[in-house]
Design a protein around this ligand. Structure first.
Ligand code: TRP
Length: 445
């Protein structure tokens, strides 16, 4: 079976694919909204800190387990298992990862579908066409399913000519679009106030527990941790590559893009405010984050006339691209697992997965907000930290140290003398589980 598994064709290809997974709505929409809601620059500071203190070690855990096993989550955890109990639990956790990935993709697809509709609306508006048809429940279902089919089409082409090739194309486009939009927004009136709010921290807000916890949740989601996405991407990495370096690149790109997205959205909010758009409610709190992207920004674009319409099309196109490189990484979890475990073939596994996940999306759209929020909370606040904990425990407590070292030495022969090797294994064994338990505890309250 090993011979038929896909593999990333190059180092850059992996970095772009994994960074493509990491960079998504979580960076461009989630991060700036959290910054705005949590004291501006203070949140940015804590986020950066946690990205390297928590996200990077957990990301490395997934990558190492994945490349060691060269298999999907379930089979990988089984390979690390030491007895009947852990082997049996591996199946449970393997399928739990699949379930969490499926739920995340089901709500992610709905939001990405809305972005797609917005993008098309703006494009049509450029040609003075005003389609009345692109909003409402029917349209939402339609665009979600279109987005799912796009995701499926890429995943079905396989690891290197699908996921890798498309990430290589889409990621540079995304970065160019983002930079372009930043330059434009920073040249608008009012943007400098936003820049200040973004970059000058209010020290008094720095060490609030709640802020730390939101930042931790955000970091987990943003780096696509705790469902097996990165584990499976790790399983496609060639043994000549240095894992600690690859992981560092992915973390850096993810953090950099979140930072850039903040540089766009926070000033854009203040520009909108100086154009008369409300961004805070009566209590001085920021409007809900969904309103930020779907109300505040469109108002801003509108106030800029037809140039704004063009910007709007570009902005939503950027969000669709970012969502697509993330959604393919989510779909890869069920596809790899089902095709390898049930011997089903990628095509069938992909079609079956998308049918199930697409139906779940439709259900979420039809049932309304309560179920949607439940799906988001259950998967991101409970599912992801729990699975993150599982990965840390398997690596820290079940994987023999010598075997782990041998895996890391492939591609980085001098790793045994590095600071990374001295700190990381113990860190994953003791500190990460503790931190994750803390997140978990706080979300249970
Ligand atoms: N990290 C992506 C974002 O920031 C979303 C994502 C992709 C994801 N794959 C994932 C989140 C797996 C959780 C688990 O938008």
């Amino acid at each position: 079976m090993a011979a038929s598994r896909g593999e990333f064709g190059s180092r850059l290809g992996f970095i772009l694919a994994a960074a493509g997974s990491a960079v998504g709505l979580g960076n461009i929409w989630g991060f700036p909204s959290q910054v705005a809601a949590n004291g501006g620059a203070a949140f940015v500071f804590v986020y950066l800190l946690l990205a390297f203190l928590i996200a990077y070690p957990v990301l490395m855990t997934e990558l190492a387990i994945g490349r060691f096993a060269k298999a999907n989550t379930l089979a990988a955890l089984q390979k690390l298992s030491t007895g009947a109990v852990s082997r049996c639990l591996s199946s449970v956790f393997g399928y739990l990862g699949v379930a969490v990935a499926a739920v995340i993709l089901s709500f992610y697809g709905v939001i990405a579908g809305l972005m797609l509709a917005q993008c098309l609306t703006s494009l049509l508006a450029l040609f003075a066409v005003e389609p009345g048809l692109l909003s409402g429940t029917g349209a939402s279902i339609f665009f979600t399913l279109v987005f799912m089919v796009l995701t499926l089409a890429i995943v079905l082409k396989g690891v290197s000519s699908g996921i890798e090739a498309w990430s290589r194309r889409l990621m540079p486009m995304l970065i160019i679009l983002l930079l372009l939009l930043i330059v434009i927004v920073l040249n608008q009136e009012g943007s400098m106030l936003g820049l200040k709010a973004y970059l000058v921290p209010d020290i008094s807000k720095l060490w609030q527990g709640e802020l730390m916890l939101s930042a931790m949740g955000q970091v987990f989601f943003s780096l696509s941790l705790g469902v097996g996405t990165m584990l499976i991407y790790g399983s496609y990495i060639n043994r000549n590559e240095s894992l600690p370096e690859l992981g560092a690149w992915v973390t850096l790109v993810d953090v950099a893009i979140a930072f850039l997205a903040g540089l766009l959205i926070i000033p854009a909010m203040y520009v909108a405010m100086s154009n008369g758009v409300e961004i805070f409610d009566a209590d001085g709190k920021l409007l809900a984050s969904s309103q930020l992207v779907f109300v505040v920004l469109p108002e801003l674009f509108k106030s800029l006339g037809s140039f704004g319409t063009l910007l709007s099309a570009l902005f939503f196109a950027m969000l669709v691209l970012a969502s697509l490189t993330s959604s393919i990484s989510m779909l890869e979890v069920p596809v790899a697992t089902v095709s390898e475990q049930a011997g089903l073939g990628r095509k069938r596994a992909g079609i079956v997965s998308v049918c199930i996940i697409g139906s779940l999306s439709v259900l979420l759209i039809l049932q309304g907000e309560a179920l949607f929020d439940l799906a988001v909370t259950a998967s991101t606040e409970y599912g992801q930290p729990l699975m993150g904990l599982v990965f840390c425990i398997y690596l820290g407590w079940l994987w023999q140290r010598q075997s782990l070292l041998k895996e890391l030495q492939q591609g980085s022969p001098h790793v045994a003398d590095s600071l990374f090797w001295r700190l990381w294994p113990a860190y994953v064994k003791y500190i990460c589980p503790l931190i994750i338990l803390l997140i978990f505890y706080s979300s249970l309250r």
